[in-house]
Write a protein that binds this ligand. Structure first.
Ligand SMILES: [Zn+2]
Length: 377
């Protein structure tokens, strides 16, 4: 093909992408709005809209209110034109979620299957995914990919778990999943997946420190609108920050890691009950012992947040399983304890709280393929 031919094709593709991404960002728009904001000719926009509609990527339904003349057609993307599936694997269960192109979770469920490094385990996960897809009668082309969030640090190429002490899954391979599923598969450290979801929800953030308050603690650092990985992929593993050298033994072998004070496991241990039992009783404020357990928890969290705020001068995001339990009063308590006394203050509005609870890593993992798709239409 001539050089000119190639240029025309790529220009067409760029225009199509531009129009699609404009509609995606606008949520609902009109043809004339696209013409005016993208400064493209009316016929170019019309051609691209027809193309996108034929391919099923966008839909035109409804009209904008008009004060006179012809009403403008409302144009939007088809949010479930493609979906992405996220799996969050934990020691005693796994989460399954499906998200649409706006990152909305259209399905979430939990399966009580303990992790084991056996073909039967991987087959069970793959089988659950296949069953989910077939029971919803999704065509294979609709599935962007399957993204797996695992406890444990992954290799830079995301093919292997390089540090998986909690689940004892060091060495776990992406292949165990990808060999069993006819879709693209991706493997990610669950803390990083959670951070990806929080970043997705706060695209305005340049930097942040993410606390993943899950059964085991996790963390991530966001800088320059990206998740910081580090030389060996362990940036942000704030769970192993030592806050008391004489503290309880951590699974990593050290003593007094933040994990031993601020993980859900440690909170349940201190309270002597499950989280689901703990919070309703705590909020009744009848047990001074439970109020103290929660204060201790928040004190340790504030201690870590205060120290990390010196390293990363940015908002703090509370994410994961415990996040939806945080009240406004808790945030005031945290802010007070972070700031008193401190050389630099952290405003209460600088503490953000995630809303997806235990499904945060699975949803964040699924966004990997959504993000990729949106940028390559
Ligand atoms: Zn540790």
């Amino acid at each position: 093909m001539s050089e000119k031919g190639l240029t025309t094709i790529s220009l067409k593709k760029i225009n199509k992408s531009k129009v699609y991404q404009y509609i995606y960002k606008s949520k609902v728009t009109s043809k004339l709005q696209i013409v005016s904001d993208l400064q493209m000719g009316l016929s170019t926009v019309s051609q691209n809209l027809n193309l996108l509609e034929q391919e099923g990527l966008i839909e035109r339904n409804g009209y904008f209110d008009s004060t006179g003349g012809r009403k403008a057609q409302a144009i939007q993307i088809v949010p479930d034109f493609k979906i992405s599936i996220g799996i969050g694997i934990l020691k005693n269960m796994f989460h399954l979620t499906a998200v649409d192109l706006y990152g909305n979770a259209i399905f979430t469920d939990t399966f009580s299957v303990p992790y084991s490094n056996t073909p039967a385990y991987y087959e069970q996960i793959a089988g659950t995914v296949r069953e989910f897809i077939s029971s919803n009668q999704y065509e294979d082309e609709k599935i962007l990919g399957i993204s797996i969030a695992t406890q444990g640090v992954t290799s830079p190429d995301h093919t292997t778990v390089t540090y998986g002490t909690i689940m004892n899954n060091t060495g776990m391979k992406l292949e165990e999943f990808s060999h069993r599923l006819p879709y693209p598969c991706y493997l990610e450290h669950d803390s990083k997946s959670a951070a990806f979801l929080e970043l997705w929800k706060h695209p305005e953030l340049d930097s942040a420190v993410v606390f993943l308050l899950n059964r085991n603690l996790g963390g991530a650092i966001i800088t320059n609108h990206q998740i910081h990985q580090g030389n060996s992929m362990h940036s942000g593993t704030l769970e192993h920050m030592c806050i008391n050298p004489d503290g309880p033994l951590c699974y990593c072998g050290n003593r007094g890691c933040l994990e031993t004070y601020c993980s859900v496991d440690s909170l349940e241990q201190a309270a002597g009950m499950t989280i689901k039992e703990f919070f309703p009783l705590l909020r009744e404020k009848k047990s001074s012992q439970l109020v103290q357990v929660w204060k201790d928890y928040l004190n340790h969290l504030a201690f870590a947040m205060k120290n990390l705020n010196l390293i990363i001068d940015a908002p703090v995001i509370i994410s994961g399983y415990l996040a939806p339990y945080f009240t406004d009063e808790d945030l005031s308590y945290l802010t007070e304890h972070i700031n008193l006394p401190a050389p630099f203050k952290l405003g209460k509005d600088q503490i953000l709280v995630g809303t997806n609870g235990q499904y945060t890593p699975a949803i964040g993992a699924a966004l990997h393929y959504v993000d990729q798709f949106i940028h390559t239409v």
